[in-house]
Design a protein around this ligand. Structure first.
Ligand code: NAD
Ligand code: AHE
Ligand code: ZN
Length: 375
């Protein structure tokens, strides 16, 4: 079939809207009509050329929602008409990693996914007779896409596509980092670095978990109001405090009777390796946990004095908020439908596919939290 898609033909160049060819689903695969897709900072990161796994030409996008329109042979868990969210972290429930129960990082199709291909080693997309790579197994910047059934979560039909597409990455990553990865407890203190589409969801996750003190750190003062909207209790702009950010935060998070200070939990949502170090060092001696969420460019490394870890801080990371997609994504959609979490206010812009490059421009300018493309 033919489908409209925004294609990344080259790194660093705007996406081009063209009609591409799409082969139907093979065994174990489903064809999905994407109704809406968010634009995540990671799409921008890959388009920039900084992703070591970035391949071109590709159809980017990994934060979608839509409807199953066809199923391949052997598909048992999905049927035509199901409302779904594509998963860049599948959940096969059979591989060694899934069976371990210790991780959400299913390994069933990770190798081919990283090569921009379907599990059989081929692409379903082509343009003018030449293959186009899939992206993160999802390619939601295409109106129609094909995914393996293990990488698809079925959701409640009452959920609006142009809102719950955000659960496909940002919402789940932020809230999951708090609940699944850090396992934040009632009364905790926390610092969140970077109040964008991910950081604000970390903040609402912290509110949900019952954290007492939620400090937001951002270079952009416009983010203060945004953070407060979702539960942030204190805002810090590192350029305005007149001292080093780490001692400032350690002091700010000091509880009565504590001689040391430091937050119980810190989160990097910037992708900046210097900020990752600040986040670790602003966590409490003896028990602080610091979670890396941001994705850093090819070749970048993190560093700290080993003594920071010797003295009891834990440096950890999370992909997709530690969420097991087919199990957890439908639950998060239900939380949204039940009013436990908010999504609508964070979707600041809704665009047509033709205007998708404007979404990237607004992200660069810091003018949007989430832009969503509707088909
Ligand atoms: P975003 O652009 O919406 O937000 C980033 C925020 O960080 C902005 O508000 C910016 O002003 C702030 N910032 C930048 N430099 C800073 C600094 N030095 N100190 C403090 N604040 C600073 O991006 P996003 O969509 O929220 O994504 C954030 C990061 O998370 C990206 O690196 C993205 O690739 C990554 N990400 C990771 C996962 C995962 O599974 N681990 C999932 C989604 C996104
Ligand atoms: N391909 C890059 C890393 C990109 C990355 O870290 N991706 C995250 C999701 S970001 C979503 O917005 C992820 O899930 N990683 C786990 C995985 O298996 O890809 C690189 O550095 O090679
Ligand atoms: Zn993402």
């Amino acid at each position: 079939m033919k489908t409209r898609a925004a294609v990344a033909f080259e790194a660093g160049k705007p996406l081009q809207i063209v009609e591409v060819d799409l082969e139907g689903p093979k065994a174990g695969e489903v064809l999905i009509e994407i109704k809406a897709t968010g634009i995540c900072h990671t799409d921008d990161f890959t388009l920039s050329g900084a992703d070591p796994e970035g391949l071109f030409p590709a159809i980017l996008g990994h934060e979608g929602a839509g409807v199953v329109v066809d199923v391949g042979p052997g598909v048992t868990s999905l049927k035509k008409g199901d409302h779904v969210i594509p998963l860049y972290t599948p959940e096969c429930r059979e591989c060694y990693s899934c069976r371990s129960g210790k991780t959400n990082l299913c390994t069933a199709i990770r190798a081919t996914q990283g090569q921009g291909l379907m599990p059989d080693g081929t692409s379903r997309f082509s343009f003018e007779g030449k293959p186009i790579f899939h992206y993160m197994g999802c390619s939601t910047f295409s109106n129609y896409t094909v995914l393996p059934e293990i990488a698809v979560a079925r959701i409640d039909e009452a959920a609006a596509f142009d809102k719950v597409c955000y659960v496909g990455c940002g919402v789940t990553t932020g809230i999951g980092a708090v609940i699944n990865t850090a396992k934040v407890e009632i009364g905790a203190t926390a610092v969140v670095f970077g109040l964008g589409g991910i950081g604000l969801n970390v903040i609402q996750g912290l509110r949900l978990a019952g954290a007492d003190m939620i400090v937001g750190v951002d270079l952009n003062n416009a983010k203060k109001e945004w953070g407060e909207r979702f539960g942030m209790t204190h805002f810090v702009n590192p350029t305005e405090i007149g001292e080093d950010i780490v001692p400032y935060l350690v002091n700010l998070t000091k509880r009565r009777g504590d001689l040391i200070g430091g937050a119980d939990y810190t989160f990097d949502c910037t992708g900046n390796t210097k900020v990752m170090r600040q986040a670790l060092e602003a966590s409490h001696r003896g028990w602080g946990k610091s979670v890396v969420i941001g994705v850093a460019g090819a070749g970048q490394e993190i560093s700290t004095r080993p003594f920071q870890l010797v003295t009891g801080r834990t440096w950890m990371g999370t992909a997709f908020g530690g969420a097991k997609g087919r199990t957890d994504v439908p639950k998060i959609v239900d939380w949204y439908l039940d009013g436990k979490i908010e999504i609508d206010p964070m979707i600041t812009h809704t665009l047509r596919l033709e205007d998708i490059n404007k979404g990237f421009e607004m992200m660069h300018a810091g003018d949007s939290i989430r832009s969503v493309v509707v088909y």
